[in-house]
Structure formats: C-alpha cells, structure tokens
Design a protein around this ligand. Structure first.
Ligand SMILES: Cc1ncc(COP(=O)(O)O)c(C=O)c1O
Length: 412
C-alpha cells in the first residue's frame, strides 16, 4: 500500500469541522450558484489582511501586485484598502485604472512593448524601468507624446531574499538595472526632464523566513540610500519590494508580521539622511489574496485501481496549476484540500484527487487522508486566491472556464 502523504494546513478561517462555509455561505450553495468547478474569494479575509498590514506597518504604503489575482471585480473591491496597485502588462494597467487613480499605479516587468510604455505615460502611471534600453524607450515615448513620464528605476539588488521561493536579486537578472548602472540612469532621467519617482527594489517572493525578510528590508533601505547619495537627490518613493510568503505545505509556518513591522519601523527611524523626505512602500500579491480563495470542484467518479482510490473531479490543473505542483515547484507537495460537503464526523480514507485532464500531471492531491467522498461531493482546494486561474493553462484541452465569485461577508 502506498504511503499517505501530508498536506498543508487548512487556513484557520475555513478549518471548522463539518461542511465548508465560505464567507458565511455553505460551499454547496456557492457551487449551485456558479456550477462547478469554480473559485470563491472571501473578501472579508482580504479586508482582515489589509487591516493587519496597516496595524503592523503604520506609515508605510501598501501596494497590491494585481498579478496575484487580476479579476477586475476583485481588484475594484480591494483597491480602496491599499495605497497603490502594481501591474505587469497593459491588460493589468487597464484593470488597475478602473480601480485607482493613475498616480497610484506602477508598472513593472521586463519586455514592455513601446505601446505599453505609451499607454502608461498617457495614463500617468509610474513605469518601473527594468533596463537601460527601456529607459531610452520611455524617454523617447514621453517626448513623442509631449508628456513628462513618471519613471522609477527598478534596481537589480546585489543581495537576494533568503528563503524565497523565487529569488530576484544577487545574480545576473532580466529584472531591474544593475546596482552599478542605476545611479547613472537616474541622472540621465533627471537631466532629460523626466519625473523621477524613486527606486523599486524587489529581491524575491514567497519567503516564510521572517528574519530574512527583516534583513532584506534593512539591506534595501541601505542600498536605496547609497544609490540616492550617488544621484545626489532624495527619491520620492522607495518601493522596498515584498516577498511575504504564505504557508502552503505541511510544516510551513506563517511569517511574524508584527516582528517584521517593528523591525522595519526601527530601520526607517534610523534611515540615512538622504532618505529623510522619502515615502516607503511594500508590494505584495499572494500575502494579500492567496488565502482568501477556495477552488471548488465536484467528484465525478470514485475509482479504485490496484488498491488505490482516486477521486476524479471536474476541475484540474487547467485552473489550479500550482496545486498540481507544476507552477514553480520542484517537488510536488500537497496543498490543503478538504471534502467540502463532508459531515464533521465522517470516516476517513486515503485517496488521490485527480483532475479531468488526460495527463498524469493533473493531480490536485496525492495520497491524502480525507473523509470518504462519493460522486457529487465537493472537493475544496485551499490557498487558491493567488496565481490560480490567471496562472494556469485554462485553454488546455478546451474545458469550460470556471466562475469566479466574490464573498463579501466580513468576519469578526
Ligand atoms: C515585481 C513583483 N512584484 C510583486 C510580485 C508579487 O509577489 P508575491 O505574490 O509573492 O507577493 C512579484 C512576483 O513575482 C514581482 O515580481
């Protein structure tokens, strides 16, 4: 008999025994409204996250990186709780402009097309420049349009965020301008009459190591000060990046947000003189929306093969690639899953939850212990609020798109 594998912890908001409730409504009701498979996002949880960030990081701007979940209705609903929106394409720019004034929007990402630079300049959004060539193209676009472009320089830092799932510093990189070149680029932007908005320094993503986040934020402030000294001007804004991770897998522990906030407050209080007038921001995606989302998919079939039980569901990796272990992970580990329709005292068994795609990659949970489920039952895959549908190959095999529903109930 194959061994049982562990799975991540179900987020506390969804962990009550018995049938799953999302935003005050049973999962079965959501499934009846949206058909299956579908995503439900509990905005009360996002509001609670926003409030926790505000409490821990007073005086620091908080930006939502909408790549984590660009659903327009979601962006519009949560935008008022944040100071800025970060976008990664002209499509995301259009969504963000529907939710926030352009002055609160920044546009990062390598390989921006000239039309994208022009769209951002026309709208008045800040472009985080990723290369010397992009600085030239943005200046030229501003000149052509007769509009002073709002430009910040993304720096490729000379350090990385330890423990991060995705490292974006301390190495050769397509992201940001190398530390040695960055001050010269800013001097050129200023000389050309651009509106220099400051620095963007993003060293990594998905770190659960609070000490590493604290260390990286201190290093980022020091780097911003050093570069600003070389420019001879204070940056209006220093975007300190983010990298706050969330616990997806067994053994993962949540970050210590109050400790990070306290350390950042101390580092900012002691910041070098050149940064005295600057504002500071952090830029977060999954920490804001990752835990609020649940992917609900219905069991089509219970199948036993060579002694192993498979629950075949009507969803799969085409909507929730990350849960299948095929989005940026080397070893497949189980996201938290549950039988959303199970009674509290249901007996348990070991099963694999497999999607409806004709590929062995389509496994949403591998040999986990779950209450006994039958065709018609709903399976919930948690941690589905960030990098879910928009980061999955939804066109693969031509299945229908899932609904994405918002739960507005606030929780105490
Ligand atoms: C520039 C930038 N900002 C924000 C993010 C969002 O990261 P996360 O969702 O882990 O907070 C990323 C992730 O890759 C990024 O590259």
């Amino acid at each position: 008999m194959a061994p049982v594998k562990a799975m991540g912890a179900v987020p506390a908001a969804f962990a009550a025994p018995g049938p799953l409730v999302i935003g005050g409504r049973p999962a079965a009701e959501w499934a009846a409204e949206g058909d299956t498979p579908l995503f439900v996002y509990d905005l009360g949880m996002v509001a609670a996250r926003a409030a926790a960030l505000r409490a821990a990081l007073p005086g620091v701007d908080i930006h939502y990186a909408i790549k984590a979940n660009p659903l327009p209705a979601m962006v519009a609903a949560v935008a008022p709780w944040f100071d800025g929106l970060d976008v990664a394409s002209d499509g995301e720019l259009a969504i963000a402009l529907g939710a926030k004034p352009a002055a609160a929007i920044s546009f990062a990402g390598p390989g921006k097309r000239v039309e994208e630079l022009e769209a951002a300049i026309r709208a008045g959004a800040t472009i985080n420049l990723e290369s010397v060539g992009e600085a030239d193209r943005a200046l030229a676009a501003g000149g052509r349009l007769g509009i002073t472009p709002r430009l910040a320089v993304r720096v490729n830092p000379d350090f990385e965020l330890r423990g991060s799932g995705m490292k974006m510093g301390g190495r050769a990189s397509p992201f940001g301008i190398d530390v040695d070149e960055a001050p010269g680029v800013v001097r050129r932007l200023r000389a050309a009459g651009a509106d220099w908005r400051g620095w963007h320094i993003f060293a990594g993503s998905q770190s659960l190591d609070s000490a590493a986040i604290i260390e990286t934020q201190a290093a980022t402030i020091a780097l911003a000060a050093r570069l600003s000294d070389q420019v001879g001007a204070a940056p209006p804004l220093v975007n300190l990046g983010g990298g706050f991770g969330i616990p997806y897998f067994a053994g993962d522990r949540a970050i210590d947000l109050p400790a990070i906030g306290d350390a950042l407050a101390s580092a900012l209080a002691a910041r070098p003189a050149i940064l005295a007038p600057s504002r500071f921001a952090i830029e977060l995606g999954r920490y804001i929306v990752g835990e609020c989302g649940v992917y609900l998919t219905r069991v089509i079939e219970r199948k036993v093969s060579r002694g192993e039980t498979f629950l075949v569901v009507d969803g799969g990796l085409h909507h929730q690639l990350a849960a299948s272990g095929n989005f940026g992970t080397v070893v497949k580990r189980n996201y938290p899953v549950a039988v959303a329709t199970a009674a509290a005292e249901a007996p348990t068994e070991t099963v694999s939850v497999v999607g409806c795609l004709c590929t062995p990659l389509d496994r949403l949970a591998d040999r986990v212990t779950l209450p006994v489920a039958a065709p018609g039952d709903l399976i919930a895959v948690f941690m589905a609020g960030a990098y879910g549908l928009s980061a999955s190959p939804s066109g693969f095999l031509g299945h229908r798109l899932p609904a994405e529903l918002l739960a507005y109930a606030t929780r105490s």
